[in-house]
Design a protein around this ligand. Structure first.
Ligand SMILES: [Zn+2]
Length: 585
């Protein structure tokens, strides 16, 4: 497994200290999270090619191609190496799911939280988990559990390829159990298959205990790449890395994201930051161009000097020159004082010029001169002033097109376009939405002194599918608004988020029978087209009467079936039908 890019923020949300204690025998069936509540976390966005488990992106992988991958890894790396690799992959999934449960159900009963892992592992299609018993107490460091795994996908694939063998083969699943329980427990809990379908047993039987209780766990830990010293120090493993020495060396972070598009932009940013090059940032409104410019400044050698920002569109044409280059006293009526412009104020640092295309052609030529000569002249001034400023320009329109249209100087374009960075719109980096939601929630909850309660499932689903014409800024506004509109101690729901915005369509989830369904009404038919030319004397009443009769005809006079077709109960249908019959002559 490779380390995440260093730009990846620490997206782990702080969770209250947890000292779980529980016993499966005292667990009620109806305790949250129930299987139905967990199933509700899984939903599909077929239009944009994503599957979500709460806020985690998932993939559907053919069991057979998982088998093929597994085979190839075994053949290339050997059995032992392959086993370690798949154990660690499973571990990462289990630890992620543990985090999901803790964040989504922070108040839930500890035993129910531990049981949720068996439901999720089942929901994700790896194996049907049947808990036999489990009992734990984090304070005294005790965990003991026993589970059955029925028709394990990994055992099927292994047996299909290699036949029955001497050793357990459900490596990914074992890793998952270790990751899930250790992630919750805060200490390493090791699971072992004592029986396995890969060894000819009917089902797999697994037992979990802490490393200390097992005693001899060197082999198990080797598969996880963890040294014995680490488990003894009761270090809670992190969701992403059972490997404890892979601490993240993060620079101070203001940018949040982990998607490929985001990483490409931050890597470009890091590469150019230490050079003196002029940078041109392009992207739609609200994608965070100023944030990126600030980050660039912080990563540069100019970090201890000022960062000065100017939105060229916010300053009237006739004042922009004075704003950029400063004014000498008496330069024009009303200029009673000399004052420095943004260039001088950014001396030694970075000048961020947003919406650069708003500069008039005259302003553009002055800017070009400043960039070329590294010298400016105040309005009404007579002497040149040397400036050492790095210019970062930004635009939300295509500069090349502006050049072609004659509204932007070509020579200035080439002067600015030394190192272009394109920032993707939020809808093209949807994988970052959960991270951004978390970051904004954390920030606003601090600002407003609120307890973070997260979002309801349907609010989260809506945000994951929303179009975000206003990009990150719009998401930030929605979260802030949602927090203000919701009550303390309650999660943010759909009604708190959206007012007049077009609501995203419902995603596909699993209904009570486990079938994919979309709870939204079917798309609106072009009703007037269907009706054809409206005849004189048309009435709504008449239309309803026609509709009821046609429904009845289509169902051969069966009232209940006809009622279902038009979305009425049998009684409502009969009542309306009777009403029309009375009204007709
Ligand atoms: Zn097995």
């Amino acid at each position: 497994m490779t380390n995440p890019p260093s730009a990846l923020p620490d997206d782990r949300v702080a969770i209250a200290p947890y000292h779980p204690r529980g016993d499966s025998r005292q667990l009620s069936e109806s305790s949250s999270p129930t299987p139905a509540e967990l199933t509700d976390c899984l939903f599909f966005s077929p239009e944009d090619g994503r599957i979500w488990l709460n806020d985690q992106r998932m993939v559907l992988l053919h069991s057979s191609s998982f088998g093929a991958l597994r085979r190839e890894v075994i053949e290339r790396l050997g059995l032992e190496q392959a086993r370690g690799l798949f154990t660690r992959t499973g571990y990462a999934s289990g630890a992620r799911d543990a985090r999901l449960i803790r964040e989504r159900w922070p108040q839930a009963d500890a035993a129910a939280v531990f049981r949720a892992g068996t439901h999720l592992h089942t929901l994700e299609g790896m194996t049907k988990v049947e808990p036999l018993h489990f009992k734990f107490d984090a304070d005294s460091g005790f965990y003991e559990g026993e589970f059955l795994w029925h028709h394990s996908c990994e055992a099927d694939e292994h047996v299909g390829a290699y036949g029955i063998g001497q050793d357990p083969v459900c490596w990914t699943e074992t890793g998952y159990a270790i990751g899930f329980v250790s992630g919750l427990f805060g200490q390493m809990v090791i699971f072992r298959e004592v029986e396995c379908r890969g060894m000819g047993h009917r089902s797999c039987r697994v037992i979990g205990k802490t490393a200390e209780q097992w005693g001899d766990v060197e082999q198990d830990l080797r598969y996880l790449n963890v040294s014995q010293a680490v488990t003894n120090a009761t270090v809670a493993p992190t969701p992403d890395h059972p490997v404890s020495h892979s601490a993240r060396a993060n620079p101070p972070q203001t940018l949040v994201g982990a998607s490929a598009a985001f990483n490409a932009a931050t890597q470009a940013l890091q590469r150019v930051a230490l050079t003196p090059a002029t940078v041109l940032i392009s992207g739609e409104s609200g994608v965070g161009k100023e944030m990126f410019a600030r980050q660039l400044h912080q990563l540069s050698r100019r970090q201890d000097s000022p960062f000065v920002a100017l939105n060229c569109a916010a300053i009237p044409d006739n004042l922009i020159e004075a704003e950029l280059f400063g004014v000498e006293r008496g330069a024009y009526t009303g200029a009673t004082h000399s004052r420095p412009g943004r260039f001088e104020r950014a001396q030694g640092g970075t000048l961020f010029l947003d919406e650069i295309t708003s500069l008039s052609l005259a302003g553009q030529s002055k800017l070009l001169r400043a960039l070329q000569e590294r010298e400016i002249e105040r309005v009404g001034g007579v002497r040149g002033i040397k400036v050492d400023v790095r210019v970062v320009a930004a635009t939300n329109i295509d500069l090349r097109k502006a050049v072609a249209d004659g509204t932007f100087r070509e020579d200035l374009f080439y002067r600015l376009n030394v190192y272009p960075i394109a920032l993707p719109p939020l809808r093209e980096r949807r994988d970052d939405i959960p991270l951004l939601i978390n970051a904004f929630l954390t920030r606003f909850c601090q600002e407003y002194a609120r307890t973070p309660m997260g979002l309801t499932m349907r609010a989260l689903k809506a945000l994951l599918r929303y179009d975000f014409a206003g990009n990150v800024r719009e998401l930030q506004n929605l979260i802030e608004r949602g927090l203000i509109a919701s009550d303390e101690g309650q999660p943010i729901d759909l009604v708190h988020l959206f007012r007049n915005e077009p609501m995203p369509a419902d995603p596909y989830g699993l209904d009570d029978h486990g079938s994919l369904s979309n709870s939204a009404p079917p798309p609106c038919l072009a009703l007037f087209d269907t009706l054809g030319q409206l005849e004189p004397g048309f009435s709504i009443e008449g239309l309803e009467s026609r509709l009821l009769n046609e429904a009845l005809q289509r169902n051969a006079g069966n009232l209940a079936a006809a009622a279902r077709l038009v979305g009425l109960s049998r009684a409502q249908f009969a009542y309306r039908l009777k009403k029309h019959q009375r009204q007709s002559p």
